[in-house]
Design a protein around this ligand. Sequence first.
Ligand code: SIN
Length: 282
Amino acid sequence: MPVGATLHVVPTGAPLGAEVRGVDLRSITDSIFAEIYRAWLDHSVLLFRNQQLSDADLIAFSRRFGLLDQAPIQENGRRFVDGHPEIYVVSNVVENGVAIGSLGAGEAVWHTDMSYLPDPPKASALYALEVPSAGGDTSFCTMYGAWDAIPEDLRADALRLRVKHDGTYNSGGYVRAGVTPTDDPRTAPGTLHPLVCAHPETGRRHLYLGRRRNAWLEGLPLDESNAMLDRIWETATAEALTWRHQWRAGDLVLWDNRCVMHRRDAFDPGSRRIMHRTQIKG
Ligand code: SIN
């Protein structure tokens, strides 16, 4: 990108997401990075098409946002790229009888990455190396919009409650390695977070939901908690609050994990999908 040029940011038309055009993420200046950062805070999800990133390039770009997490442990143990423990592999591909990544080819339900931890990553960057010709789309949902849309009679309670984010299952429904499965959210491993948060950089209020499975509103009987969570989740994941991305190889999507949830459609298990992901600490 020429010196002095500014970014071409094209909003998706949905309540979140924008495509950033005309930028090669291998060679950005500090001022272009500052514009990318601003656009990311404004739109919560950014799409960069036609990138040609090596693993080192993906790490270098991600590190501009902050320190990187190590790849999390998943259903089939830690899956990362040799020599790059920061790169988590999302894939259904099996080589020599061994899965090269996690999450398989099934649906990944709505979630926030690693919110079962006390200090989840602020951002995730997902880079597409191989994608199926159909299926495997990833959708994003604005948690700012979810707070704005929450029914009036739930707002006061929502502001004072904390929600348990379960650490038992991942978004593919698999039990995490080393965890004893339980379906009682009160005793399951996980972390309590406020249900409504103020974004530390934009100051805007948003819901912070994590995953629906095994969630629990602290202090409420399970049936009351489930009834309230069901209403909140129905509002928060309404299609009007979402943007769906259909992948091409070379796409990099960067989302703000604090104020966005995401989910993935299932795809043909006979096709190949390989994505490399980094996660950036707050
Ligand atoms: C994820 O949940 O981080 C993976 C999303 C995807 O595979 O598109």
